[in-house]
Design a protein around this ligand. Sequence first.
Ligand SMILES: [Zn+2]
Length: 59
Amino acid sequence: MRESMKVCKVCDQPKHEGLQLLYAFICTDCEKEIINTSPEEERYDYYVERLKACSYQKQ
Ligand SMILES: [Zn+2]
């Protein structure tokens, strides 16, 4: 069985497993990172910006 690889919108790496959101695919690694990052951290803004950027592209 061949699984198709999807490119994670956060880390830009092709991954097998992840979360398919409305406009973006997020790999399980980044999903965990986002969950473990608090909104006060700088990284959190980076993730949010990455995801916002893809939703605008697709519209
Ligand atoms: Zn990722």
